[in-house]
Every structure is written in C-alpha cells, then in structure tokens.
Design a protein around this ligand. Structure first.
Ligand code: PLP
Length: 386
C-alpha cells in the first residue's frame, strides 16, 4: 500500500498511530536559550548566558591542545572501550578499570541505567526538584518515575525511603542537586542505602562534585568515598555518576563517567550504542583530568560566585537565594518568574526559569566570569527589586 498525507489532520492521525503513548506524551527537554539565538532575536550583542551551569573560565587549555593534536585522525573510529581515559580515571579514583565506564555525558549513562536495568514492572524513584533527565530517562523507556517529597533545601528522607518497594530498581539522588544546589550529608546517603531494597541501585549523581569540594566545612557526602566503602564491604548497589561537562569545561564534548561494581557496568555495556564517545571527547577529557590548576581555579571562582550572588541577591526584598555547593544559585523571587525571565532576556542576561521543575517562582542563575558577574548581579538587582 501507499500512504498519502495530504492534510494536517491525516498527518496528525498517522503520527498518533506511529508512536507508543509514552513517547507521544513526553515533553522534550528544553535546554537553556543559546546566546546566538537571543542575539539574533533581539538584534543585540554581548549577551551573557548563565542558564546551563557551564564553566565560565572555558575549557582546560590542555584539553584544547589535545583536541587540536587529535583532529587529524577523526577519519578513524574512536576507541570504543575508551581504554586510556578509563585507565587514567581508575588510577585517579582509586578503583579498578572494570569499575569505570565512559558515557556521552552523564545523561547517556542515566539512560543506559534505565535501559539495562529497569523492566516494565519496575520504577525509578527520585526526590522532587531534581535534574529533569532523571524523569526523562525513565519516561523515554516507558518506565514509571516516582518523585518523592522535597523542598529547595533538600529531600524529605522519610518520604524517599518510604517510597522504596520490591519494584524499585533505581533510586537517583543528585548531590549537589540541580536546580536547588542542596546536598545529601554522608549520614543521609547511608540512611538511603540502608533502606534500599536488595535489587535496587542507589545512583549518586555528582555532576558538581569538584565544585562541592571547595566547601570542605559544609557536611556533604563524597560519592566516591561512599561508593568505595560500599564496594569494600561487598555491597554492589552504589553507582556514581560524574561528568566532564561542568568544572572541566567540556560540555560540548559529551563525556561523563560511571563508577560502580564491574558486574553492574558489564550490564550497562550490553545496551551501549557502539562508538558513543568520540575521539576528541576522549582525548580532551584525558588532558583535562590532569589540569589540576584549571580545576582549582574553576572551583575557587565557583565558590566566590556563589558567595557573592547569595550575599547580593539575597538581600533584595522578597528574594531568597538558597545555599549551593555547585556553580549556580536557585532564587525564589516570590512571584511568577516567567515575566522576570523575559525582562532579563531583553537586557541580554539569559537565566533559567524553573516552572518546568515545578518551581514557578524560581530562577536558576549560574556563576559567570568575574567581569560578567558584576553585570549579571546588577541586572538581576534592577529587575528583581520590588
Ligand atoms: C545534576 C546533573 N546531572 C547530570 C548532568 C548532565 O551532564 P552531562 O550529560 O553533560 O554530563 C547535569 C547537567 O546539567 C546536571 O546538572
């Protein structure tokens, strides 16, 4: 037979039949607005984007050099096993090479976890106000996602643990959490692991771990130490996710990693797309990992940025600037934030409105380089002041 879509109603009906209901009802992830798009729309230049928690210092110069050195070999497929990067990470993290897996960003690893481990009868559990990919990764696969009670100050641990049952397969916690900036303490993480069913995994998403390390006086779990202790005690149920997109400044290269029991990672390896992490990403990540100076400068800039934003924006009447151990601050502005977001856009400052996260009165603002941060703070103060 031949199909002829000659009017919009027919096209809509045909598309409806084509996809399963869990795909048709999905809301695609809305990324932060790109600078070029805003400048094109408003005919302006010099816009600042503080919407996607990127590193305002840019990539590690060593990573840039490594990309330049490798660019002549992109006719060859990448190393599918990411051997050199895995070996370097294993040595750095104090684990075995089979305990490290590389993904196309930590997003990719979240999707792999669901694909490999969460069956139709299972669900993914995570506190509300977390990273949207936790929900999306489950829903894309047609799996149930259960969001438990939380506030911007953190998860309600009783509610989280009470949600666990025999069909719970993944429990995902972000620490520091995006978009709230809140953390789990070591004790809280231990409590979650103690309550976890036998056949469930605790996924600790530490995309901002290296920023959090700049706040040693604030009690927060170090996912790597926690995971190593669990493995040493014979408990294989902790998975750590980290990324090169944040402090390493390599968001465009799409490289993240998981650290977990080798048997768990072997299961992930069965669903991975072939050649999912390109050569340039692998060499860039390897070089960035060694650039401890870039990481230290970025972490210090992050802490200074958070301290300044909290001090200066938190004193605007009606505004709450939540604590954060990451590279962004969540602001409750006490009224719907959509119109304020639009006014900020017109002034060339791109922040992130939080309605899609269930926080309609909130904006998330990433740190900026020092010279840009003055303008970001001044513009926010002007727009948010009553
Ligand atoms: C908490 C958290 N996890 C994971 C990611 C995903 O990062 P990527 O896929 O770039 O590694 C992000 C990115 O914003 C994040 O905020």
């Amino acid at each position: 037979m031949r199909v002829r879509l000659d009017d919009p109603a027919k096209t809509a009906a045909w598309l409806t039949e084509l996809a399963p209901v869990h795909v048709r009802t999905l809301d695609a992830y809305q990324p932060g607005k790109p600078i070029e798009e805003l400048e094109r729309e408003l005919g302006i230049s010099g816009a600042i984007k503080v919407a996607s928690n990127e590193n305002p210092l840019g990539p590690s110069p060593r990573a840039v050099a490594a990309i330049q050195a490798a660019v002549g070999s992109i006719n060859l497929y990448p190393d599918a096993a990411s051997f050199a990067l895995r070996r370097a990470l294993a040595a750095r993290l104090g684990v075995g090479e089979p305990e490290v897996a590389i993904g196309a960003g930590s997003n990719d690893l979240l999707y792999q976890l669901v694909l490999a481990l969460v069956g139709p009868e299972h669900e993914v559990v995570s506190p509300a106000f977390g990273f949207l990919s936790y929900r999306l990764a489950a829903q894309v696969a047609g799996r149930r996602f259960v969001a438990t009670a939380a506030t911007p100050d953190g998860a309600d641990l009783d509610a989280l643990c009470a949600a666990f049952g025999p069909t719970t397969r993944l429990v995902v916690i972000g620490t520091p959490n995006n978009p709230t900036g809140s953390v789990f303490t070591r004790q809280q993480a231990a409590r979650v692991l103690d309550a976890l069913p036998e056949h469930a995994l605790l996924v600790i998403d530490e995309a901002y771990a290296e920023y959090a390390a700049a706040w040693p006086e604030v009690d927060h779990v170090d996912g790597l130490v926690f995971l190593r202790e669990a493995l040493a005690a014979g408990d294989p149920r902790v998975v750590l996710l980290r990324t090169f997109s944040k402090i390493y400044g390599l968001a465009a290269m799409r490289v993240g990693y998981a650290v977990a029991h080798a048997g768990v990672l072997d299961l992930l390896g069965r669903v991975v797309r072939t050649f999912h992490v390109g050569t340039l990403g692998q060499v860039a990540a390897l070089a960035a990992l060694d650039d401890t100076d870039h990481v230290a400068r970025s972490a210090a800039l992050g802490r200074r940025g958070i301290e300044r934003m909290r001090a200066e924006l938190g004193k605007i009447p009606g505004v709450t600037a939540y604590p954060s151990l990451s590279n962004f601050v969540l602001l409750d502005v006490g009224r719907p934030s959509g119109p304020l977001y639009d006014r900020l856009l017109k002034r060339g400052v791109i922040v992130r409105p939080m309605a899609a996260w269930g926080l309609p009165n909130a904006l998330r603002v990433s740190i900026a380089a020092e010279h840009d941060l003055d303008r970001v703070i001044a513009t926010l103060a002007e727009v948010l002041s009553p």
